[in-house]
Design a protein around this ligand. Structure first.
Ligand code: FPP
Length: 242
């Protein structure tokens, strides 16, 4: 199976419930969630997936209790400190999307350092969404475009402003049983195949990831057109038409 240029995006949901069901604090769920991230990054590399975008912290997640928010950022920093070398060795280029201005300087610095150290990676783009809101990203790109006198307000220009060298999402996975997009990559997922699973993120392992990919390849992606068989029968019918 070839995964040429594939962009997979994941809403990693269910850490809290995973922990609560085990009588553990929610922080234990986030910690187990980081172990899943390691597994899935490795699997994405094994599969030759081009880009993996992970929803680590939405702009709405600031509404959570301060201790939980601090815990998530502590885990993020620990992940960057412990994993950056390994990511670099495996050819992973790490990038973050989302707002930086509300992050604690130590968090911003850690992200920047990891981005610099992994900049030459050419096997997998690992994009981590932090303080990210898709609506806000779209609104900002549109506002910048409106301010720029020499740009036509049109879809390709907005798309370029918004996405830069980012690519459309091919497969969007959400774990944890909910079936919504939660303000994640709304523009980029216009033609994404959506895959929802009840599996909680800490339980999402290599087999679960493979099952999602298998389901993706069984789908007929028509991008608004017709499938090959429908196209042939439509041409036949046209030819037969008097
Ligand atoms: C969703 O589960 C998970 C999050 C909001 C945080 C995910 C963050 C990490 C795993 C740690 C840091 C990230 C990196 C890239 C190392 P939830 O808490 O909403 O689960 P629930 O719906 O069961 O409450």
């Amino acid at each position: 199976m070839t995964h040429d240029g594939l962009h997979v995006a994941i809403i990693m949901d269910g850490n809290g419930r995973w922990a609560t069901r085990r009588g553990l604090p929610r922080a234990a769920g986030h910690r187990a969630g980081v172990a899943s991230i390691r597994r899935i990054v490795d699997r994405a590399l094994d599969h030759g997936i081009a880009r993996l975008t992970l929803y680590a912290f939405s702009s709405d997640n600031w509404r959570r209790p301060t201790a939980e928010v601090q815990g998530i950022f502590w885990l993020l920093r620990a992940f960057l400190r412990l994993e950056t070398n390994r990511l670099r060795q495996r050819g992973v280029r790490l990038q973050a999307i989302g707002r930086r201005d509300r992050l604690a300087p130590v968090v911003g610095d850690a992200i920047e350092k990891a981005e610099l150290l992994t900049a030459a990676g050419d096997c997998l783009d690992l994009c981590v969404a932090i303080d990210y809101s898709s609506r806000e990203t779209i609104a900002r790109a549109a506002a910048r475009m409106a301010l720029s006198a020499d740009e036509t307000m049109c879809q390709p220009v907005l798309s370029q402003r918004l996405m830069g060298d980012n690519s459309d999402v091919d497969l969007l996975i959400r774990t944890g049983g909910e079936k919504r997009l939660s303000d994640f990559l709304l523009w980029e997922s216009a033609y994404a195949e959506l895959y929802f699973t009840d599996c909680m993120w800490p339980d999402f392992d290599e087999a679960e990831f493979d099952a999602a990919l298998e389901e993706f390849y069984s789908r007929d992606r028509r991008f608004g057109g017709l499938s090959v068989t429908a196209r042939c029968s439509s041409i036949d019918a046209f030819d037969r038409c008097p």
